[in-house]
Design a protein around this ligand. Structure first.
Ligand code: DLL
Length: 434
């Protein structure tokens, strides 16, 4: 029997969902127009007034917001309520440019945590579960979001934060954790660390993992599921829209249900801004329908994705998004060919290698170069140079078939590639330095 956190909304009919979206959007546009001068100007420039938005079908009339707008408005320019109504901020790691600072009222926190609670229940969570949260706590949304969701479900919550793997394992074993929440790269590291300490997958009490915050492949899912003896569920979100829980996977594990009563999703052509029909691949755009403090309308995520509305065996009716195929700005263009790091991960895992790798792109003599360091597991490592070269050649050929260009593969000894405790950084593009 599937379980839901909020069955009446998670399994609502299409008509009911559209009705909710219509009502919320009309109210939200008025709220933003009245309170956010920056967005009011954008609407005025486009010649759109709040009265022009009568239903969700009118959403295409609204201007987009982009990351650049967020930078320009840093920190308070998109705040839609008095600061005295806000109770929290969260922020991005800020690797590129200025950080995004998102504001929350108590209502915003409640709806965000409810979204995370839906994700936990969809992964089989109940108040009998012990949820180990090893996403980072603090400014990053991962820890606080899943922590709040876990409380709402009534689970015993272990607020571990990321890192200190020895302690993670000790708590996991001693307190019988049943649900693990962290990035997929950290889950893979935990699985590896358990194995090294002589544990078998059946030795832990984990039944499920809720993994997200970075792209991960189906192959990575299988490897984590096997390594930990669990079912691994995907969860998606971004600081700009609240954090994790915008979308989450159910037992079908075939795409993530978007919490459509709070977030309206569109797919657009990233070059023209044209809205694409269901099933087509493009950039994911979100409108926060009922957030109070930081309600972004038509925010361009840069995540490349497909939406589908087929019937789901779990009974949820909300639209599904596929695993994001990487951000449009994660895509590498190497010798004119589009390469996503996720394609490289797929080949590696299919060929039986570990998910520990680094991608280096450079430009030498006006030609792009692609080098991939791939870590060998102890059982595959050998000091026979000819064997190693043969393996490198074979892997390079498999990469060429997938990518359309041939990389140079460097097999490196076990434990030489740094493990990630949060979002993994696997690409170094040195072309930017020249
Ligand atoms: O990563 C929020 C989050 C925390 C999601 C914990 C899931 C779990 P940001 O740091 O703002 O927020 O990064 C958002 O991360 O636009 C995607 O590019 C990427 N991302 C998030 N979840 C997934 C996922 C958090 N499941 C950016 N698969 C997003 C692929 C993901 N990419």
């Amino acid at each position: 029997m599937p379980q839901y956190y909020q069955p009446e909304i998670e399994t609502a009919s299409r008509d009911e969902i559209v009705k909710i979206q219509n009502e919320k959007l009309v109210k939200q546009v008025r709220h933003v127009y009245d309170n956010v001068a920056y967005y009011r100007d954008l609407m005025d420039k486009k010649g759109v007034k709040p009265e022009d938005i009568q239903s969700i079908d009118d959403i295409h009339k609204l201007p987009f917001l982009k990351k650049d707008d967020l930078r320009e408005c840093y920190p308070y320019g998109l705040l839609a309520t008095d600061l005295k109504n806000c109770v929290r901020i969260q922020s991005t790691s800020g690797t590129t440019g200025k950080r995004v600072v998102a504001f929350y009222t108590q209502h915003d926190i409640d709806l965000w945590e409810e979204c995370c609670a839906r994700a936990i229940v969809a992964a089989g969570g109940t108040n009998e579960d012990v949820v180990q949260v090893c996403y980072g706590y603090g400014l990053f949304t991962g820890g606080p979001g899943l922590n709040g969701g876990s409380h709402k479900v009534g689970c015993l919550t272990l607020p571990m934060s990321s890192g200190n793997t020895e302690r993670q394992i000790q708590f996991m074993m001693d307190l019988n954790a049943t649900i693990l929440c962290c990035t997929p790269s950290y889950a893979a590291f935990i699985a590896e660390s358990l194995k090294e300490r002589g544990y078998n997958p059946g030795d832990n009490k984990l039944k499920a993992g809720i993994f997200g915050a970075e792209p991960w492949t189906e192959e990575m899912r299988h490897s984590i599921e096997e390594g930990l003896g669990i079912k691994a569920y995907d969860i998606y979100g971004l600081t700009e829209t609240s954090g994790p829980g915008v979308a989450f996977e159910c037992s079908e594990q075939s795409g993530m249900h978007i919490n459509e009563d709070h977030f309206y999703a569109e797919i657009i052509n990233p070059d023209t801004g044209e809205v694409l029909p269901e099933g087509e691949k493009g950039e994911l755009v979100f409108t926060a329908l009922d957030k109070e403090a930081f309600p972004l309308l038509r925010y361009r995520t840069r995540d490349i994705c497909v939406l589908t509305r087929g019937k789901c065996s779990c009974g949820r009716t909300h639209v599904k998004m596929c695993k994001p195929m990487g951000r449009s700005d994660d895509m590498l263009i190497i010798r004119g060919v589009n390469v996503f790091p996720s394609q490289i991960e797929t080949v590696l895992l299919n060929e039986g290698y570990s998910p520990n790798y680094m991608i280096y792109v450079d430009r030498k003599n006006n030609t792009d170069t692609l080098d991939i360091d791939v870590e060998l597991s102890p059982d595959r490592f050998s000091d026979n140079v000819a064997d190693m070269q043969e393996m490198e050649k074979k892997l390079a050929a498999a990469m060429r078939t997938m990518l359309g260009i041939g990389p140079k593969i460097h097999l490196v000894p076990p434990k030489t590639i740094q493990r990630s405790e949060g979002k993994a950084v696997r690409v170094v593009d040195n072309r930017k330095l020249h």
